[in-house]
Design a protein around this ligand. Sequence first.
Ligand code: 87F
Length: 940
Amino acid sequence: MQTTTFVGQASGIDATLIQIVAQLTNADLTLNEEGNKCSLVQTVKHSFTDVSQEFSAVGMSGAVRLLLKGNSALLGSTPAQQAAVDSWIESVDQTLLPILRQDKTEPLFVAAVEDFVMEIEKHLFQNHKTVLVGDVATAADAVTAVAVAGVCQTVQVKELPQQAHRWCKTILDKLQACLSDEALKVTLKGWADALKEGTASPLEMPPPPAAAPAPATSAAVVDENNAVLKKLVDMAIEHTAYSHDLCNTAEELVSKVPLPDSTHTHTKNLFLRDKKHGLFLVTVRPTANVNTKNLGNDLKLAGKTNLRMADAAVLDELLRVKPGSVGPLCVIQDGVNVKKANDEESADKITLVMDKALFDNYAFVHSHPLRNDMSVQMTSKALKEALQKVGVEPVLLEFAEVDPNAPAPSKEPKAQQEPKAKKEVADKKTAKKGETLLALQWKKTENFPNWYTDVIVLSEMISYYDISGCYILRPWSYKMWELIQLWFNERVQEDLGVENTYFPMFVSKSRLEKEKDHVEGFAPEVAWVTKSGDGDLENPIAIRPTSETIMYPAYSDWIRSHRDLPLKLNQWANVVRWEFKYPTPFLRTREFLWQEGHTAHATFEDAEKMVMDALELYRQVYEDLLAVPVIPGYKTEAEKFAGGYRTTTVEAYIAGSGRAIQGATSHHLGQNFGKMFDITFQDDKGETQTAWQTSWGLTTRTLGVMVMVHGDDTGLVLPPRVAPLQVVIVAIISKHLTAADAAPYCEAIRADLKACGIRVKYDDRDLYNPGWKYNHWEQKGVPIRVEVGPRDIENKSARIVVRHNGEKVDFPIEGLGARLKAKLDEIQGAMFVKAKEARDAHVVKVTEWKDFVPNLEKHNLVLTPWCGGEHQDWEDWVKKTSREESLKTLGQEGEDEKTATSVAAKTLCIPFNQPELPEGTMCIASGKVATCWVLWGRSY
Ligand code: 87F
């Protein structure tokens, strides 16, 4: 240890600064008798070995520099940072200290101080740093903050702009906490308390740097479409938004996004729902313990409460946010149904519950603006003000700290009587704590319905809507529907000679009820328009549930002679069926999109051919586009469309739930509608005949089936032929590869792929890092990812990652388009084969009743000998008996009548492809001689 003596004079603020830096650098400083007025001579011990001579350091900055020598913690670790420290200290020495020393209060000096302060403001604002240099407080911060606070006492600069104020307070607080000199602490506290935040409007946000990728933390970002950020600006709430690494939980935030000091906090958020009391968004400090069992009590909710984590669908529908990005700012979005200050308690309103400590113990709260790669810093006062401005008064509660010794939730002893499945769900929910996850919360094998909801929401196929059973088809899913339309339109028009048309969506009561048989069973599902404005309509009109009764009166007019036949029309439309069973997006919705084909022919045989041709197109949509294998066949009498003569169907199988689902139907209507609507024609002999008709439909259900069949625990897996994007290119931007260097290479790949007819995108967004992009496009199911790193560019190659099987291969970029085209075909084929193997493994032949239900339990579709599709009573018997036996096995008494999926088996179809039926084989139900094989299963 060396001792260096330097000679100098320091008093007033100089002395204070030298003392502060000496304390921070652990140096011995000899003070004269006047206490904190520094004497002429200070002795500094330091660890340099090569310094032995006497220094003469004049003035504050000389002394400070000397003290700092060799102390990298306060000086910054890189040469650039050290230079920045130096320059700030120099600047303080030049600008602020002369004013202070001479106690100048004239306007000229006030202006000089204001300039200096604005420089700090601008610097902090542009760099979004919480400190002047780098991410840790340095000597520059200590010296500058003290000097600023000092001048503010003497010169008439009473208020500081926002960033400078925040920074100055932060540094002064920090100094108070780490200095041991009590007198200095008191001085600093006085100065800190006297500082006031100005009301001047904040500086303009600079645009984000164009080429450089956003650094992991503290980068200024602009997200123009962000509803929360927009709203904060509209309401003139002071805030600073910054980007950071993706954080799925509060723990991750705490570890990955460090905050300047203990006056700042992140938040932890839970969105809870209770059947009776409604929804609660609970926002607490990350270390708070939220006990959902006691929360009902704390909130003084009447009676029993059962607060559970709300799932992704509810989050999306009510808070308009994905799991992982929940925060208190969600409730400032327009249209979020949050309980306002004077609102009555209501089960559909969200109550905001907040940790009192957020306001009492912290000056700054950081929370997500609807995305968890960004946070917004605002004072707790500003947060309160933002909530107030939208009329929300949070319920403030005190939360204890998490007990660090408490066992992890998943290790808690399992409750004994709870059935396994339910218990698993509860465990899952506590284990995840509902804190903000970006990945799927549910595994496909764990809870299939919740997994499905997670997939369609996170992949951005669906958004929820405030009318039950109605959903928003987002561009990602609508594009898939358009791809199906594109293919089908060409086939149906060019190959089958069908023309597209459009009929009105409204139908009068008299027309709708003209064919009683057909509408009778469906009547409860018909939605009616009964009012316009305040007045009642004289004659209510129905919204089409299907268009037979809308189209056929026109057919009656248009068809006169055999020369008018065949009439083959198709329309793409929406239809409404007001179902009361639990809805499922795509599979069972109150409004859906479809194509409905309606044809009229001169003969039974012509109609029959049309029915089969349409069904064949449906088979191809499923098998060739969606890579979903289907079983084509006839519906039994009980399951056919009652208004027609015979119904054909394609049936798919969903391994995740062990259920079958009707893919599409094509009906031979016989002459039933022709007679009702008088669709007759003169044949070539001049005789009047009734037309033979068909109708057939394919709906957006196709998309749900595809998701269920191919999706996995990461999200959607798309067959290339219906993928809105078939290939996404992601450059691995790092210090070894800049975005500017990657761009031409990736652009060239994109152009090559596009020229080969591939739907391709180069994801060059600099707001997101490569890891985020991988995750994003995997969740959205894009079949191929092309990764480009520095080595790929060197080797003129690219890495290909296949979504459905995780395969990784390196391809040269020469001829990449052609290779990937082939690869996409290979993927399409492989996905079909995989799905078919999974389906085939679950179709079993059963010839004795005792094996029937056990096979349903094994998630099998069951092919049995049958006495004939016309024996409806025996079909009812199988339904009823399989339900009873299944419920017995499950230990349940009955089924919820609103459930859309029953445990009973029903007939799916009499497959066209019939296995051999040995003579004398008996029907599994009636025991009569069997005439065919029929396929049974639990279904949607
Ligand atoms: C609901 C309410 C009213 C089905 C309904 O399958 C009427 C109906 O007629 C109704 N739900 N259906 C059967 C639809 C038959 C048929 N229509 C043309 C199709 C394919 C497209």
